[in-house]
Write a protein that binds this ligand. Structure first.
Ligand code: GDP
Ligand code: ADP
Length: 214
């Protein structure tokens, strides 16, 4: 077990605001960040890889995992089940690695209220406008018109929980949002309780001071 407990970095937003894009950029920036690969009962999109983007499960498999207590949190979103498998998260944070979650507000709330709640850093992404949100969902080119319409109808449900998060970013210019997101993570890692080595360092300074080196 590492001295440092990893952070649980939670990204939420309405569908299409840019979570997956920014999560990918954050992981490219710091490959030590572990991505929490969620389990879902939704069908894979073109290009999505089982075990990398999601663990694609049947409803029976998903429910069995929940019943066995294997999910850190889970929720029903847009007619499908989604959940974060507990095992890989515990292993990563115990090893001092930060874990990144792309989950909805219900999952964020469950993690915040869990015994790992103290270690969370939560960030909510807002779109610049609802019109732009629709444009992004359409331009992603992955969902049917019906799915897009369902997600747009649900966007307010998600947006209305923006005020439960530690940080909020309006994702207008992608490059700018990426920079601000990295700053947030950098700052969180520098918070006092994320640096267990500080006690030793300060003791060393004290010893030096007391030896008359001031
Ligand atoms: P997208 O957000 O439009 O790319 O669509 P997805 O089907 O990938 O995700 C739909 C919603 O489910 C998004 O709000 C995700 O953040 C959320 N989600 C994904 N995985 C999880 C999870 O493990 N738990 C919870 N609670 N929500 C999740
Ligand atoms: P989410 O994971 O929140 O559903 P995505 O990351 O899939 O959203 O982004 C939806 C679409 O919007 C993608 O095509 C992505 O390339 C695009 N996108 C994300 N952020 C921006 C931005 N700041 N400006 C323009 N397009 C963006």
């Amino acid at each position: 077990m590492s001295d440092r407990r990893g952070l649980l970095i939670i990204l939420s937003s309405p569908s299409g605001a840019g979570k997956s894009t920014l999560a990918k950029r954050l992981r490219e920036w710091d490959p030590t960040i572990r991505f929490s690969v969620s389990a879902t009962t939704r069908a894979p999109r073109t290009g999505e890889v089982n075990g990398e983007d999601y663990h694609f499960l049947t409803e029976e498999q998903f429910k069995a995992d929940v019943a066995n207590g294997d999910m850190l949190e889970h929720a029903h979103v847009f007619g499908n089940f989604y959940g974060s498998p507990k095992g890989p998260v515990k292993a990563s944070i115990d090893a001092g690695r930060d874990v990144l979650f792309d989950i909805d507000w219900q999952g964020a709330q469950q993690i915040r209220n869990s015994d790992l709640g103290r270690h969370t850093l939560s960030i909510f992404l807002l779109p610049p406008s609802i019109t732009e949100l629709r444009r992004r969902l359409e331009s992603r080119g992955q969902d049917s018109a019906e799915t897009i319409s369902k997600r747009m109808q649900k966007s307010w449900d998600e947006i209305s929980h923006w005020d439960g998060y530690d940080y909020v970013l309006i994702n207008e210019d992608l490059h700018d949002t990426e920079k601000r997101l990295k700053s947030i993570v950098t700052a969180a890692r520098l918070s006092r309780n994320q640096q267990p080595g500080l006690n030793d360092h300060v003791r060393k300074l004290q010893a030096e001071f007391e030896e008359g080196n001031a």
